[in-house]
Design a protein around this ligand. Structure first.
Ligand SMILES: [Zn+2]
Length: 310
């Protein structure tokens, strides 16, 4: 599998060969014969192969990282620029290596060299799973379950990533992941202000309002169109969720979209405090269902056992 003993010359000469044989017919023919990286491969399913095609190097680096963490090996990127990335095993004596480089023939990134398998021993502690990687893995989870404990996090990595993470690493990764999540939220909160400003600018008759301050509760209403797309129709920030604040929100909302008695609205909510009472008061008899996702989340946070939900 080794293409050239001289690595630098190796990819330069390959580039020249690529340039000489590149024409459109050839390129389509070539594309068909190479395996494409499966972007949807979940952790543990990531496969690497010689000649595998990648749409970009970020995806390649992610795949190499996932692959090595899942098999408990430690590697380093020895070359890493806009056109090429080379990764080698960190263990002395192990020749594992992978090299991905832009191909002019197929107009995408291609694995040009792959030396496997690792001849080194699987490490008990997964050093490749550093704070940044661990935190990145946690972000989606934390956004869904902000109350995740260190123990939950340890169990999550064991179960879904097959790795045992030390306590001190768990805490550091959780702290970083929380910072990332808060960053997202602040960013979205500011976007919300811009969005409201734009709505006010475009529609001066709108009674749509954003009141309150950062740190309050966000109330929102979304609607679904014929194409099954969801869109936000109203948001408000209130000091706290209660029957009064929901009544105020609903009164404004119904003033804009029309009353239930005239339009027959259906409501789906996540059992917020006070909303049910406010709905009964303002839209008596209106159909009101609970959001399945929220029922599932509430169930999860109560029982902490994903199997029970299946
Ligand atoms: Zn190795």
């Amino acid at each position: 599998m080794v293409i050239s003993s001289d690595e630098e010359e190796g990819y330069i000469s390959e580039e020249l060969v690529d340039k000489c044989i590149s024409d459109d017919d050839k390129s389509e023919e070539e594309l068909r014969k190479y395996p494409e990286f499966d972007e949807n491969a979940t952790f543990g399913e990531v496969q690497l192969q010689l000649h595998m095609l990648f749409p970009n190097l970020i995806m390649f680096k992610k795949a190499v990282t996932y692959y090595n963490i899942s098999i408990g090996r430690v590697f380093k990127f020895v070359k890493n620029d806009n056109e090429r990335v080379r990764a080698k095993c960190r263990s002395e004596g192990c020749k594992w290596e992978i090299f991905c480089f832009w191909s002019n023939v197929v107009k995408t990134f291609k694995v040009k060299k792959f030396v496997e398998p690792h001849t080194c021993a699987r490490g008990f502690k997964n050093k490749q799973a550093n704070k940044k990687w661990l935190a990145t893995q946690l972000v989606d989870e934390l956004r869904s379950y902000p109350t995740m404990s260190a123990h939950d996090t340890f169990e999550w990595f064991k179960r879904y990533r097959g790795i045992h993470v030390d306590d001190y690493k768990i805490y550091r990764a959780m702290r970083l992941a929380k910072t990332i999540v808060e960053g997202f939220e602040k960013l979205h909160y500011h976007k919300l202000w811009d969005y409201c400003e734009e709505l006010r600018r475009r529609n001066s008759n709108s009674t749509f309002g954003l009141q309150g301050y950062y740190g309050g509760q966000l109330l929102s209403a979304v609607a679904q169109d014929d194409n099954q797309h969801f869109y936000v129709i109203a948001v408000a920030v209130v000091e706290q969720e209660s029957r009064d604040t929901w009544s105020w929100f609903l009164t404004n909302l119904l003033g804009d979209i029309g009353q239930y008695s005239d339009n027959g609205w259906n409501f789906i909510s996540n059992q917020q405090k006070g909303l049910k009472l406010a709905l009964e008061e303002l839209c008596p008899g209106a159909p009101h269902r609970n959001c399945v996702l929220h029922i599932w989340r509430n169930f999860y946070s109560k029982y902490k056992n994903m199997d029970l939900t299946k």
